[in-house]
Design a protein. Structure first.
Length: 582
């Protein structure tokens, strides 16, 4: 970074003082609220929510910021306004009694102007100034400006009085909201002048496309301040107005290394043994009947079991239907609903436009603050918009959920059509983990196979596992590879039986071989014993002959000795006799 850039980065730019509106999302889009002490024009066609927005600006000023306000109506009477906003939980009578809000109805009679030919707002200034001073108002609303000038045809006087009105409001130092009807052509208002005099201009739009209505808000201009320039969907419900800021969602979100379980131990093992990353997005896609909702319910059940909140958006089945169906696989969602950990929001996609669904989801998440969100199935949203519009909505939603570190599971129905393939592929590139469940038809039956197509940032299995749904819950088991490929269901059981039979046959063959070897060993040993006996017998016979021969030799030698001795004895005897005779 150069020295010049460093100096520029250290320069502090003074910010424009702003008055927060208190309306959900609007302050974020405007960078803090409306210009303080300046007039803001809110324009749009009939029924787009101008009066409600301006009333909420006044009421929130009192209830949240302790700033009293004055509401001057040129069309509706005070009693009518009080009745209209009571359904939103706003008690204007009490606020008026506490001298926090002052409602006033000003009626301009067109016939008086036509008769006198004069037009002067001095009386309005006196009346408005008294109302402001009587309660110390900081906020002012003028609704609707066209009625104030409806009887005036002189454009010169109209412009002069309009400038006087805006100058008077600035002189009083109040933050003013002025509502006006949409003009013809490019003009934002009927007079075509208010948008140039106002410091801030907000355009409200209520459009109907394909019989589905959507309200949008756009900031046309904001002097002295940066602001969002896109169209933003906003929702009007029993709590007032909620605006969904879109452009504030940037790719600057934090990430977590913490893991959350899917509720199925075998699936967690396929994901490195720990499950999904916290704050990640998961897509579970497959054809009808493959168990997508069961997987989503298991994930929601596991989240609540860990004492964390889960928000379940159902676009196809009612909450009671889902709770009943999940009991068949031993998942009790009702207890989590009763404990307040699980919240269902069920609606048909055609109930709102896509932007309104986005606004509803955004508001409920902000209110319920869940740790996990389930949308089941997102492919039904195609009935409320095109594929590209659905993808754009989901991009915004995923960015918002990741910004909030909320783990999200989407389910998507695959029909093997071009539209669904586009949705599947388009969304799969956005999510962190993609789980695909497919039918595996073999041996005259249909079974389910589960694949992990991708899982960013973690080691994951590339194997196909058989996805089994039983009365005891969900499980993944190893598939068998046979000569014809992957075996599931009864084919797998048959393969197991064949393997057991083969093992038994091999054991029998081995046993038979062992017995044959034993017999041969015994026969050989018998032959060896026989030969040993024959050898011993022959040896004994030889020893006998040898002994007999030796004995014979001994006897012969003895006899010879005896004969020798005898012979010696016969010669000696006569000699002895001779000696005796002498």
């Amino acid at each position: 970074m150069t020295n010049v850039n460093k100096k520029q980065s250290l320069v502090h730019h003074p910010s424009l003082p702003k008055t927060p509106t208190g309306i959900n999302g609007l302050d974020e889009i405007t960078g803090g609220g409306l210009p303080k002490g300046r007039p803001t024009l809110v324009c749009g066609e009939a029924g787009c929510g101008k009066t409600l927005l301006s009333l909420e600006f006044i009421i929130k000023g009192v209830t949240e910021f302790n700033e009293p306000g004055v509401f001057i109506a040129f069309e509706e009477k005070a009693e009518e306004l009080t009745t209209n906003v009571a359904s939103l939980g706003f008690d204007l009578d009490k606020l008026q009694a506490d001298k926090k809000i002052r409602l006033d109805h000003v009626h301009i009679d067109r016939s008086e102007i036509e008769e006198t030919g004069e037009y002067d707002l001095e009386g309005l200034f006196i009346r408005l100034g008294y109302a402001i001073d009587s309660i110390g108002a900081k906020r002012v609303v003028l609704d609707t400006l066209e009625n104030l000038f409806s009887g005036l045809s002189n454009q010169t006087i109209l412009r002069a009085e309009l400038r006087r009105l805006f100058g008077f409001l600035k002189q009083k130092g109040v933050t003013a909201v002025i509502t006006g009807e949409r003009g013809e052509g490019a003009a934002l208002t009927r007079q075509g002048l208010e948008e140039y005099v106002s410091d801030c201009v907000i355009l409200l739009d209520h459009r109907v496309i394909n019989q589905i209505s959507t309200r949008r808000l756009r900031i046309v201009k904001y002097r002295g301040s940066q602001h969002g320039t896109n169209e933003y969907p906003f929702l009007i419900d029993e709590e007032g107005i909620s605006v969904l800021p879109v452009t504030s969602l940037k790719l600057e979100k934090d990430v977590s290394t913490e893991r959350v379980s899917s509720g199925i131990p075998a699936l967690d093992q396929m994901l490195g043994g720990k499950g999904f990353f916290k704050g990640s997005s998961i897509l579970v896609s497959g054809t009808a009947g493959t168990g997508k909702t069961s997987l989503a319910a298991y994930f929601a059940h596991e989240t609540c079991q860990n004492n964390k909140r889960c928000l379940y958006f159902a676009f196809e089945e009612s909450p009671r239907q889902i709770v009943r169906n999940m009991k068949s696989i031993s998942v009790d969602l009702q207890k989590h609903i009763d404990s307040g950990l699980l919240m269902f929001h069920a609606s048909r996609p055609t109930l709102y436009g896509l932007e309104m669904h986005l606004a509803v989801i955004y508001k409920l998440i902000k209110k319920f603050k869940p740790a996990a969100v389930v949308l089941d199935p997102i492919t039904n949203l195609i009935t409320a918009g095109s594929v590209s519009e659905v993808k754009t909505m989901l991009i915004r939603l995923i960015d918002f959920l990741q910004e909030e570190q909320i783990t999200t599971m989407f389910t998507a129905l695959t029909l093997n059509t071009i539209i669904n393939d586009q949705t599947d592929e388009g969304l799969s590139s956005l999510v962190d983990t993609w789980v695909l469940v497919r039918d595996i038809e073999s041996n005259g039956e249909r079974n389910r196979g589960l694949y992990i197509m991708k899982s960013r940032g973690m080691k994951h299995s590339n194997q196909v596992r058989e996805f089994v749904i039983t009365d005891n819950g969900l499980d993944l088991i190893d598939v068998y590879l046979g000569p014809e490929g992957v075996l599931t269901g009864s084919a797998r059981e048959a393969q197991k039986l064949n393997e057991k039979t083969g093992v038994a046959l091999r054991d029998f063959a081995v046993t038979r071989k062992d017995r044959e070897v034993m017999r041969k060993r015994m026969m050989l040993e018998a032959k060896i014993s026989t030969l040993q006996a024959e050898f011993e017998s022959a040896e004994e016979e030889l020893n006998k002959i040898y002994l007999e021969e030796e004995l014979k030799q001994n006897i012969i030698e003895k006899n010879r000795q005896e004969i020798t001795n005898i012979r010696h004895g016969n010669a000696a005897t006569p000699k002895d006799n001779t000696k005796k005779e002498k």
